[in-house]
Design a binder for this molecule. Structure first.
Ligand SMILES: Nc1ncnc2c1ncn2[C@@H]1O[C@H](COP(=O)(O)OP(=O)(O)OP(=O)(O)O)[C@@H](O)[C@H]1O
Length: 610
């Protein structure tokens, strides 16, 4: 049985050794306890926080290839919980922990317990507030007289009246605008002693975009006191930088014993933050520090373990009212105007009064193809998605994978990328070149294979070289676009940063990046941390970025399309600001839309039980 698992790469040798160690069995034949621990380790590799016994298909628990007979790992009447509880490694201070039907490795149980306790403690902390002053400020910054509730105003009211708040919403729903107004409101409320605010994001790219968005949104704050405006920070940093990385260690300089100095920490793109990093963040917050998480709950989960944003926003459903408590709804009525703010349903969820869900997109109006396509994907409406692709909406182009599509795609991409190359050729400034490059991006679901980024990068490069637009004889040729894949705190270059090779005054190639203040930063290529060429980028890597024109290629079902899911496709589509170009089989798209990923975790349950 073990050989089959190893052969089909369902488990790794190191997992086998760890499981054997935990159950204290030296060699085969192994017990059912050993196999259930292997199942837990497999779940961990798939970035689940725990193994949910309810969701195991006991007839084929390791999801083996069913073309061959699947061995029976467990007896038909197998009592998984009884077996786990009887293991010597299970218990409160032991490596394995059990909560209901959920099995954890101690470390992840610890993270989840810490997040639950800290979120709860923050949410329950009383705040002394001048409510009439807050009401007046809310009316000043949100002065529309709609018959419907203004959910941005509600989000501000929730965040101003609590030490913990989550604001979720799709692209262009105004998360940054709302937070900027919130900051103006808070700094006005605390004008005597302005709050020390830290803006952070999981990647350098996302931090730069947050800085840009806050600067833009501040421009829209007319009639705001100059001192208040000046007290709103504009520069965001990475979470790692806020916490202070310690070289060669997974610990940070800031932790419970040496907390971060801040009255308020705002985390943008929080869906990209894994459970370990989020635990370290909450551990490093001083007891009085407020926390606001911003992000799109429907985007891809973090690369590493966890699903925090989706877990916290479990009760948010498109088109539905939130389940705010009566007390909260009453408070919102006073602060934001008399409307109906709750579904009427009472929820046991401890954070129910701390989550704001923005559903109206200001970027995409009702007629926008991109907005409708994102909505159709999110609501699992494949028919609508298919209709939209065929409908010739002005902001959607659709190319099925018919004969000749590949060379046509490469030619279109080469054409798009010609613009920034032409600008380099005429000596345009780095800012102009970067602007032109950022107008178009090809995204791919996979890294390998003909539909993967490696092959696409090579083909586009080859095409441009044939047209004489780049000279690939040089390793670092003029015009080569690259994306940093490893943080380098000394150089201030971060995972996701995009650089373009341009010539210095002596004609030597250097990688030019744009800094947060719009300044060009140049490095000789030999000094760069790890990077990839980036004519094509994986959808995963595109998180936290947006492009005016985004093209996304999905492989057919038999070439890797089976592995796609709803969040991946949604994330890709919502990178587009003005135009989305989809290159795929309709069947692949339908399959992805019908396949949501839900990572197992107990965060929501714990927050319902406390
Ligand atoms: N209440 C509003 N009224 C009019 N325009 C708005 C409002 N809120 C936001 N906008 C506009 O919508 C656009 C998107 O807003 P914003 O950048 O705040 O959204 P977001 O949710 O942070 O977007 P994303 O994270 O997808 O970039 C901006 O141009 C902003 O000016």
């Amino acid at each position: 049985m073990l050989e089959v698992l190893l052969e089909q790469r369902k488990v790794r040798t190191v997992d086998v050794e760890l499981a054997a160690l935990l159950v204290d069995e030296q060699q085969p034949p192994y017990s059912e306890g050993f196999y259930i621990i292997l199942l837990l380790l497999k779940a961990m590799h798939e970035q689940h926080t725990c193994l949910d016994l309810h969701s195991v298909n006991w007839d084929n628990p390791f999801e083996l290839d069913t073309r061959a007979p699947v061995p029976a790992f467990f007896a038909p009447d197998f009592d998984a919980l009884g077996c786990l509880n009887a293991l010597p490694c299970t218990g409160a201070e032991k490596p394995l922990r059990i909560h209901g039907q959920r099995v954890y490795l101690a470390r992840y149980d610890g993270y989840e317990a810490q997040l639950t306790a800290r979120f709860l403690q923050l949410a329950k902390q009383p705040l002394e507030l001048d409510l009439p002053a807050l009401k007046a400020l809310l009316a000043h910054y949100f002065n529309n007289q709609n018959s419907e509730p203004d959910w941005q105003k509600v989000a501000c009211a929730l965040a101003a009246t609590s030490k913990f708040c989550v604001i979720t919403g799709g692209p262009g729903t105004g998360k940054t605008t709302t937070v900027t107004r919130l900051l103006a409101i808070l700094q006005s409320l605390y004008a005597q002693a302005p709050l020390h605010i830290e803006l952070v994001a999981p990647t350098g790219k996302a931090a730069a975009r947050l800085s840009e968005s806050i600067q833009g949104a501040k421009g829209g704050l007319a009639e705001t006191d100059q001192a208040v405006l000046e007290s709103i920070p504009e520069q965001a940093q990475t979470l790692h930088r806020l916490l202070g990385t310690v070289p060669m260690s997974n610990h940070f300089r800031h932790h419970r014993g040496n907390p971060v100095h801040a009255d308020l920490v705002i985390v943008d793109e929080a869906s990209m933050v894994d459970i370990s990093l989020m635990s370290k963040l909450v551990d490093a917050l001083a007891p009085h520090t407020r926390l606001i998480l911003l992000g799109d709950k429907d985007q891809l989960s973090s690369v590493d373990t966890g699903n925090i944003m989706a877990d916290i926003c479990s009760e948010c459903t498109l088109g539905q009212l939130p389940h705010y408590s009566n007390q909260r709804a009453e408070q919102l009525g006073y602060l934001c105007g008399e409307h109906s703010y709750h579904s009427g349903q009472q929820s046991p969820y401890a954070l129910t009064d701390h989550v704001a869900f923005l559903q109206h997109s200001y970027r995409f109006d009702g007629d926008s193809g991109i907005g409708q396509l994102a909505y159709a994907i999110n609501t699992a409406d494949s028919k609508k998605a298919r209709y939209l692709l065929q409908s010739r909406a002005s902001d959607i182009s659709y190319y099925p994978l018919d004969e000749g599509f590949y060379s046509a795609l490469i030619a279109r991409c080469a054409e798009q990328y010609s613009h920034y190359l032409a600008l380099i050729a005429v000596g345009a400034t780095p800012a102009q070149v970067h602007d032109a490059f950022a107008r178009f991006q090809l995204l791919a679901a996979l890294r390998e294979g003909p539909f993967g980024v490696h092959a696409l990068n090579q083909r586009i490069e080859h095409h441009l070289a044939q047209q004489g637009k780049i000279n690939v004889q040089q390793r670092f040729y003029i015009g080569m676009p690259l994306m940093i894949t490893q943080n380098d705190y000394q150089l201030n270059l971060f995972n996701g940063d995009i650089g373009i090779i341009m010539a210095d005054d002596n004609g030597e190639p250097q990688a030019v990046f744009m800094g947060a203040q719009g300044e060009a930063r140049a490095f000789y290529p030999g000094r760069l941390p790890q990077f990839d060429k980036v004519f094509a980028m994986t959808i995963h890597k595109s998180q936290g970025s947006e492009f005016a024109h985004t093209a996304m290629v999905l492989p057919p079902l038999h070439r890797g399309g089976q592995g796609l899911n709803r969040q991946l496709v949604y994330t890709g589509v919502t990178r587009a600001k003005a135009h989305i170009e989809l290159i795929c089989d309709a069947r692949t798209l339908a399959h992805a839309i019908a396949t949501p990923v839900r990572r197992a975790s107990g965060l929501y349950q714990r927050l319902c039980e406390c």
